[in-house]
Design a protein around this ligand. Structure first.
Ligand SMILES: Nc1ncnc2c1ncn2[C@@H]1O[C@H](COP(=O)(O)OP(=O)(O)O)[C@@H](O)[C@H]1O
Ligand SMILES: [Mg+2]
Length: 220
């Protein structure tokens, strides 16, 4: 999926968040999206996934204006890992699978890749109890990443990760990079991040905070 953003602007009520922003996102590579807190990164993802539609300017998805594409048709092609990684009171495996009936072998492949059997202090099929005390932020984030990757079937063409590595150690960050580079072979990967390790490696787009005058006012 190729995404061309052509001079879009977006405002919440009168509060302009994105001001005349253009960008290109290509298939076959990893693209990072960065920018300070409040610069509109999450807003842009919501625009791209048609949660918010009142932007000005144009967004072309494989050449077609986003407004002309049905939301369901678009979402069938988009996989998202949200910023907050929640955990169910269930086993590691069931936390990653999207339904209890589908095939476990694919999950196990990813668990082995991240060497999670050693990381989690229970067997992969044990129900996790007292999860909030037993799992670290990084471990929860790994579950979130794996859940997203597992749901990313062949049908998906765009994969979005929202700050996937902010709780990961260096080793797992490198593994994550290798994994998304592999996925990028035939997909478009968009990673919202403040992680310089990622920004150094991949094309990085930046959203800037829109100045509203008062914030830059000088006082004598
Ligand atoms: N639903 C909303 N209504 C009004 N303002 C919002 C809403 N969501 C976000 N904002 C504002 O828009 C700005 C950009 O938010 P966001 O896109 O979440 O930034 P980022 O993800 O880059 O941190 C922030 O100033 C935020 O307060
Ligand atoms: Mg955000």
């Amino acid at each position: 999926m190729r995404i061309e953003v052509d001079a879009i602007s977006y405002a919440y009520d009168k509060n302009k968040i994105i001001d005349n922003w253009s960008a290109q996102i290509f298939s076959g590579e990893v693209t990072c999206l960065t920018g300070e807190n409040g610069s509109g990164k999450s807003t842009f993802i919501e625009i791209l996934t048609k949660v918010r539609t009142s932007y000005t300017g144009n967004i072309f998805i494989d050449g077609m204006e986003l407004k002309k594409i049905h939301r369901k048709e678009l979402l069938d092609k988009v996989g998202i890992m949200l910023q907050e990684s929640w955990v169910y009171f269930d086993s590691v495996i069931n936390n990653i699978k999207s339904s209890s009936t589908d095939d476990s072998s694919k999950v196990i492949k990813w668990i082995e890749y991240f060497e999670l059997s050693d990381v989690f202090p229970f067997s992969l099929t044990d129900k996790i109890i007292g999860i909030d005390v037993d799992l670290s932020g990084g471990q929860k984030q790994l579950l979130g990443i794996l859940r997203a990757v597992y749901s990313m079937t062949d049908q998906k063409e765009l994969l979005i990760f929202d700050e996937p590595t902010n709780n990961l150690d260096e080793r797992n960050t490198m593994k994550f990079c290798k994994m998304i580079e592999n996925l990028a072979i035939d997909k478009t990967i968009l990673v919202i991040t403040h992680d310089v390790t990622l920004m150094d490696k991949y094309t990085t787009l930046k959203l800037g905070r829109v100045s509203h005058g008062n914030s830059t006012k000088q006082y004598n």
